[in-house]
Design a protein around this ligand. Structure first.
Ligand code: AMP
Ligand code: ZN
Length: 443
């Protein structure tokens, strides 16, 4: 097995924890230089010496997205602005954006984590890497770019969209690896087919890196089959740099979360108490190697679990399971708690439909309904309307069995669901009912 940084990736657990403790204390000292953490820790009497073991992190308060927003723009900055060389920020269409600052050291450390991640997924300096991702304030562009360059691939900073151009770039330069959000890849594939091209025959692609938005295992397998490649799951969030936080190795059995750079906790989102390995809860993360803006015990809202046991690749860093949803994307319909990924899991197993879907919540005749709209596959012609009915009925049953609420399933023509520019918008809530929903247990 080859590693990007063998020593750090295969440390003994106790040595890794020793390194985490050292870095956690240094992080605490740094964070205390910021106005926000400085005041908070002072008021609670927290000093680096309060931390005697990694588990002592539980003595520290959580940080939420709201804390970042409330202290916009510079409240969490822990160094002179002169030392800061870049910021990334969320779009901020509602309220203050969340902004994260980086020093030279931070960018360097991030590039290294990205290179390590890509190397673990089998990418090498001989690869031609096309980054199909927005460059700018979104972290997927520059975050990947620096990692690809650090690894030594020939990088193509293609940016997002313009599928015909993407295909041309792939063909002109013999792209072997590409990174894109999963919801875009189905559309890219359609453009290949519409132009009489087959990505398996007409490109040199062998690997796709997919991430930045939730997707199911079934969706990943579809992408792999369409392109004839291996597709690796990449997880990150801008508060923790962006991509390069957790990544699948070639075993594809969970995402190694780089524990020399982050402390990971999984907590029950209601009680905020830690849950045992293997149990799903909210991911809470702490930066260990960021100078400009350390973030401590950040509640990501992402739901996942630690996969117990060791990975056959030899990396000691624990593995996260794929994200099953966010505490804030769950919706309640007919008294049942539903995560969009549960619906996606059913749809992606149906060969008659494509990967394009959305869930509309709407009040019809005073009743709240869940309408699942999904595009048919291109090779399904409108002549088969009777079969459509059977397919829709089957999907209604399968979704109801999964989420316990009966949906309305609408099979729609290919290309008819509006596409968003960036990450896919899966749920549209148009409900008008003001009556508070009765929450009953559906498990
Ligand atoms: P942003 O900070 O805007 O890049 O968004 C980060 C969020 O995107 C995370 O907190 C997750 O909710 C989601 N996300 C990123 N990567 C993945 C992934 N591989 N699987 C599922 N969700 C992801
Ligand atoms: Zn592994």
């Amino acid at each position: 097995m080859q590693f990007w940084e063998k020593e750090l990736e295969t440390l003994q657990r106790k040595d890794l924890e020793k390194l985490q403790l050292e870095r956690l204390r240094a992080t605490l000292a740094r964070a205390s230089q910021s106005a926000y953490y400085g005041n908070l820790y002072k008021s609670k009497g927290i000093i680096p010496e309060s931390i005697q073991s990694v588990d002592d992190i539980r003595k520290l308060p959580f940080t939420t997205k709201q804390d970042l927003r409330d202290n916009f723009p510079y409240g969490l900055l822990a160094t002179d602005q002169q030392n800061v060389i870049r910021l990334h920020s969320s779009s901020g269409t509602t309220g203050n954006p969340t902004v994260v600052y980086h020093t030279k050291h931070d960018i360097d450390s991030w590039a290294n984590l990205m290179a390590r991640s890509l190397f673990a997924a089998g990418v090498r300096d001989t690869d031609v890497f096309q980054n199909i991702c927005g460059y700018g304030l979104f972290t997927g562009g520059l975050g990947f770019q620096y990692g690809i360059e650090r690894l030594g691939c020939l990088s193509i900073p293609a940016g997002a969209g313009n599928s015909l151009r993407q295909i041309k770039l792939m063909q002109d330069y013999g792209t072997t690896v590409a990174h894109a959000i999963p919801s875009y890849l189905g559309r890219l594939y359609d453009v290949f087919i519409e132009n009489g091209l087959d990505p398996q025959r007409d490109t040199k692609l062998h690997t796709l890196v997919i991430g930045a938005e939730p997707h199911t295992e079934a969706q990943r397998r579809r992408i792999e089959d369409m392109f004839g490649v291996k597709a690796y799951n990449s997880f990150g969030l801008s508060e923790m740099n962006g991509p390069g936080v957790a990544f699948e190795c070639t075993y594809q059995n969970g995402l190694h979360i780089w524990e020399d750079a982050f402390i990971v906790e999984i907590v029950n989102p209601d009680t905020l108490e830690p849950v045992p390995d293997g149990e799903v809860g909210e991911l809470v993360m702490t930066t260990l190697d960021r100078h400009a803006m350390p973030v401590i015990r950040y509640r990501t809202r992402d739901l996942t679990r630690i996969i117990p046991g060791e990975c056959s690749c030899g990396r000691v860093h624990r593995r996260l399971d794929r994200i099953t949803g966010r505490t804030d994307d769950m919706f309640i319909i007919k008294g049942c708690n539903v995560f969009p990924m549960q619906v996606e899991g059913i749809l992606m197993k149906a060969s008659e439909v494509s990967s394009e879907y959305r869930i509309i919540l709407e009040t019809i005749n005073d009743v709240d309904e869940m309408i699942v709209e999904v595009e048919l596959n291109k090779d399904w012609s409108a002549d088969f309307w009777k079969e459509y009915e059977a397919v829709a009925k089957r999907l209604v049953h399968e979704i109801r069995d999964e989420v316990l609420a009966k949906p309305i399933v609408k099979l729609v023509e290919p290309g008819s669901i509006p596409k968003s520019e960036g990450k896919a918008i899966r749920v549209i809530d148009k409900r008008t009912s003001t009556v508070e929903q009765v929450i009953v247990s559906c498990t």
